[in-house]
Ligand binder design. Structure first.
Ligand SMILES: C[S@@+](CC[C@H](N)C(=O)[O-])C[C@H]1O[C@@H](n2cnc3c(N)ncnc32)[C@H](O)[C@@H]1O
Length: 262
């Protein structure tokens, strides 16, 4: 996907230029952003207040905020260990929360929910644009007292293909994560107007994830205790390997693959 990098002040210019150089995207001052190429494309905007991803054609934008809006609400009132996602990753009273590797970090919503449940998190995301949004959100939250407890437990972000990352973990004989969590992009059958803003922009930027079966197979070889795959209710399994069991919520199904003990 064609993407522009923009900045709005001298303060945000260096970060925008550095990103554009590293990933070879054109970089412009936002006030010069009016060519037809620009108005039909996505842009990653380094603004004074926030880094946002904007669909200039549809005039919608997204950024990540761990401290207000949906994520903060879910942290305060989300139902704790009773949530389906908590059951799916195997959170139990009296046992320490597992270490989780989120191999499809995306906008880090699920990763943040899991971190709020006490899990130490490693987030792996292959899109550098998305990683920039996550890093900006961490930067904005790091002075917050509650968020500092999350950083202390572990909330590391890695910009790499998860298949490569997991393969390196295995080759280096590093301790495996207890749980590997997958939430790949799936083709949405609904008309695009009804698809949420976040998903519309992600779909435009990233398309469909084509390597999900390989990712699941790799994860199954590396996770210590389980692999959890988030699917829309009614969608097929990710591969021919059948899950051990499923946990269902209103719109979502979690396929849980328990790793047999050696
Ligand atoms: C549907 S989004 C995940 C949303 C996320 N669970 C959340 O709560 O915001 C899927 C993300 O996984 C990333 N992804 C898919 N396959 C990947 C892979 N093999 N390695 C790294 N990232 C991957 C995509 O780039 C995309 O950003």
């Amino acid at each position: 996907m064609n993407i522009f990098i923009t900045y709005d002040t001298e303060k945000t210019k260096p970060a925008a230029l550095e990103f554009s150089k590293r990933y070879q995207y054109p970089c412009i001052n936002i006030s010069d952003a009016n060519t037809s190429d620009f108005t039909t494309s996505l842009s990653l905007n380094f603004k004074n207040e926030v880094v946002e991803l904007r669909d200039n054609e549809k005039d919608i934008s997204i950024h990540i905020d761990f401290l207000s809006g949906n994520l903060a609400h879910r942290q305060k009132y989300g139902g704790g260990r009773g949530q389906s996602i908590a059951k799916a990753i195997g959170l139990k009273q009296g046992t320490p929360p597992p270490s989780v590797l989120d191999a499809t970090a995306g906008l880090a919503k699920d990763a943040y929910v899991l971190a709020c449940l006490g899990c130490s998190m490693t987030l792996v995301e292959r899109s550098p644009v998305i990683v920039e949004l996550i890093k900006d959100a961490i930067h904005h939250a790091e002075e917050d007292e509650y968020f500092q407890t999350i950083l202390k437990k572990g909330f590391e972000v890695i910009n790499q293909s998860s298949i490569d990352y997991l393969t390196e973990l295995k080759n280096q004989d590093v301790i495996s994560p207890d749980v590997i969590y997958l939430d790949p992009m799936y083709p949405d059958k609904k008309k695009s107007a009804s698809v949420k803003k976040n998903m519309q922009i992600l779909q435009k930027l990233l398309g469909k994830d084509e390597d999900t079966q390989e990712l699941l197979n790799t994860a199954l070889k590396i996770a210590k205790k389980r692999v959890v795959v988030k699917r829309p209710k009614g969608a097929g399994n990710l591969s021919e390997v059948k899950p051990t069991y499923t946990v269902e919520s209103k719109k979502t199904r979690y396929d849980v693959y328990i790793i047999p003990k050696e």
